[in-house]
Design a protein around this ligand. Structure first.
Ligand SMILES: [Mg+2]
Length: 332
């Protein structure tokens, strides 16, 4: 069934949001605990609330920093502010709600930004002197893949600019470029082609090789993805090779594996991304964005959409962001 490009834009943003919402319920848990506690993603989404590490219980149906920042990137593109990274950082700071589980490095930057706007470039090294190589810039980069899908060099340039304010380590740039390229390739494909998909990912890393930056971690991960698929490894099996941690070099390849393992099933992608444990909200959000960009929004179960409990960014509001991004960026 052909899916319209507009529906793929919706699928990407809504798919990323649903992955975030489901994954947030079991964030940092082990796969054993998750399997013992829940039977399915539906089961997770039917839960009312779960204890939070500190503060009030987490209300299931809320999204975390991943979606909040992704929406900022989308609005930055829609407003025509890209590639000005300072304006993106201003949007992040304006939208920031600490209870959405921001990482400590990003939280420090967003707290400091209003008083230190003139020195915004130096804020990204405030906590990590070499810049963060966490997955925090890859997790929000999907709208760039949608917006510039017809030009992968432009996707990479903009992914790096969008990473710069909070994640300025070379590995964070590489992770953001890889995830943005995955989304751009997924939204462009009408039929899944593994060789073309992995080829685009490998090619996206070459610019870093040209700068004499090591891309070994992510290149090896792409090899592991290919080998894992060839032997039919489950997402849980491959997670012991790729990792499920918060670094860009673990979470991005793991999210990509969840997609390529189930290119035709959004629900399987999210299930596996959530049940592998670790940084589940981000991995499931990135995997859901890629899957949704490929399959469109109509594959997202109605019951899952009904589980969203957000006041401002309802399903309809996120769909509207996707439609405005489509109107702004999609070429006929
Ligand atoms: Mg999160």
């Amino acid at each position: 069934m052909p899916h319209s490009l507009q529906d793929k834009f919706r699928g990407c943003l809504l798919g990323g949001m649903l992955g975030d919402i489901a994954g947030a319920v079991v964030e940092a848990e082990s796969p054993g605990y998750i399997a013992k506690t829940y039977r399915s993603v539906d089961d997770i989404l039917c839960t009312d609330s779960v204890p939070e590490f500190s503060g009030p219980d987490w209300r299931v149906g809320r999204f975390t920093d991943d979606t909040q920042m992704t929406l900022c990137v989308a609005e930055w593109l829609i407003a025509g502010e890209a590639p000005a990274a300072e304006l993106l950082l201003a949007r992040f700071a304006e939208a920031w709600q600490p209870w959405r589980r921001y990482g400590p490095g990003t939280e420090t930057i967003l707290r400091m930004f209003p008083q230190h706007r003139a020195e915004w470039r130096s804020l990204s090294t405030a906590m990590f002197p070499e810049g963060s190589h966490g997955n925090g810039s890859a997790m929000r980069v999907a709208p760039i893949g949608l917006a510039r899908a017809d030009d992968l060099d432009s996707v990479a340039d903009l992914a790096i600019e969008s990473s710069r304010p909070t994640h300025s380590h070379a590995l964070a740039y590489q992770g953001a470029v890889l995830q943005a390229t995955a989304v751009a390739t997924a939204v462009s494909l009408t039929r899944f082609d593994l060789a073309m998909f992995l080829g685009a990912l490998r090619k996206s890393l070459r610019r870093f090789d040209d700068l004499l930056q090591s891309t070994t971690a992510l290149s090896d991960a792409i090899d592991a993805i290919e080998n894992g698929l060839a032997r039919g490894a489950s997402c849980l099996e491959i997670s012991s090779v790729l990792g499920t941690g918060v670094s860009a070099t673990e979470a991005v390849p793991m999210a990509i594996y969840c997609f390529v393992r189930h290119p035709d099933s959004f629900t399987h992608v999210i299930h596996d991304a959530v049940f592998i444990g670790g940084d589940t909200d981000t991995i499931a959000s990135m995997a859901g964005a890629i899957s949704g960009a490929f399959l469109g929004s109509h594959v997202i179960p109605t019951s899952w959409l009904g589980a969203v409990r957000e006041e401002r960014y309802t399903v309809a509001a996120v769909q509207d962001v996707a439609d405005r991004l489509f109107a702004k960026c999609a070429r006929p």
